[in-house]
Design a protein around this ligand. Structure first.
Ligand code: BGC
Length: 350
């Protein structure tokens, strides 16, 4: 084993209903952090991290077996694409041609459509300390143009970083927006609330929404609003003031230079001392605190997941960018390479 690197091991995570065997990859670093990922949906199934007393719990919502992930669920731990987040009406015009994508969330297209990247079996190989997942999305899949070849590289370092590198190329111009949709609760998955979590997001602006949960197109200051998280804020004190008590489900325009890996958010849980920092090359974070979580979702260990009991920090481009010329570009053209890196770094509060 190479010095200082965390080499993943592979085992079976069972079979899909059609008999396809799913592989699971386990990374365990020298600080007792374990991350497990499957090649179904590129899903991060487990993130086990110690607290200030060394007690290890899983901070990532999900299921114990493949059956749970194959059933309908809110994208736990999954890679979302071809375009994560919403596209208004599932419609867009590109180079003079109109496209109508699958509509799967009220009037909108969400997280890649009816069968997004979260439900695909990805080709998997281990390259030294990296799990390399590839998926070739055919021309016309969910009515998107062009064959898109996507590679997602996952690794865990001994500096406690879960590094996710995304690249993609296409045969025709297409919108693209990839993210990972992990749901975190630093008290442990299944804990019934996130009140004691302290969230910081380095965003001076955000994108307000219309009644269909689509950005109006305006990029506006967080100053004086419940979206100002530039000072670390205890969620239990804040969530009741956000969106009539529904909590966060919105895009923050994060600081940093587009394409440059920048520390843009942190989530801390003072009672356990667990902490997570987020670094990304992306211009946005969709912060989602679980307001749409359905009842009757039983996760790991049979625990029923509650609304408002987890935080997603989905690094990505802004929702509906393909229809908003003033938002950063999401069109990938033949000959170009889409690149996105996000790092979730785990640790202890000072
Ligand atoms: C969206 C939410 C949605 C959730 C699960 C988030 O990215 O912003 O509106 O309910 O994903 O689909």
């Amino acid at each position: 084993m190479a010095e200082g690197k965390v080499i993943p091991t592979r085992d079976s995570f069972g079979r899909l209903q059609d008999g396809t065997e799913i592989s699971r990859f386990t990374f365990k670093n020298k600080n007792n952090i374990t991350v497990r990922i499957i090649n179904y949906g590129g899903i991060v199934t487990d993130i086990l991290v110690p607290d200030k007393n060394g007690k290890v719990v899983d901070i990532n919502l999900g299921f114990d077996d493949i059956k749970g992930y194959e059933a309908r669920h809110p994208y736990f731990g999954a890679i979302c694409g071809r375009v994560a987040n919403r596209i208004a009406g599932g419609k867009f015009t590109l180079d003079g041609k109109e496209y109508q994508l699958a509509v799967n969330n009220g009037p909108n297209h969400l997280h890649g459509g009816v069968k997004g990247f979260d439900k695909m079996v990805w080709k998997a190989r281990v390259d030294d300390d990296t799990l390399v997942l590839t998926y070739v999305s055919p021309d016309g899949e969910e009515h998107y143009p062009g064959e898109l070849t996507v590679e997602v590289r996952y690794r865990l370092t001994n500096e406690n970083e879960l590094v996710i590198d995304y690249t993609a190329t296409t045969t025709k111009a297409t919108p693209i927006n990839l993210t990972n949709h992990a749901y975190f609760n630093l008290a442990g998955q299944g804990y019934p609330n996130i009140d004691d979590h302290v969230l910081w997001i380095d965003a001076y602006t955000y994108t307000p929404l219309d009644q269909n949960i689509i950005p109006t197109g305006v990029i506006t200051s967080v100053e004086g609003t419940a979206y100002d998280l530039r000072t670390p804020t205890r969620l239990g004190d804040r969530l009741k003031y956000v969106n009539n008590g529904k909590g966060y489900d919105i895009n923050f325009c994060v600081g940093g230079q587009l394409g440059k890996l920048t520390r843009v958010a942190s989530l801390e849980h003072p009672p356990s001392g667990r902490k997570m920092e987020v670094f990304t090359t992306e211009p946005g974070i969709q912060c989602y605190t679980g307001c749409n979580m359905a009842t009757g979702v039983f996760g790991k260990g049979g625990v029923e997941y509650q609304k408002f009991a987890s935080v997603c920090l989905e690094t990505q481009h802004y929702a509906n960018s393909v229809n908003q010329p003033n938002f950063p570009n999401t069109i990938l053209r033949p000959g170009e390479t889409y690149r996105h890196t996000t790092v979730y770094k785990f640790g202890l509060t000072a």
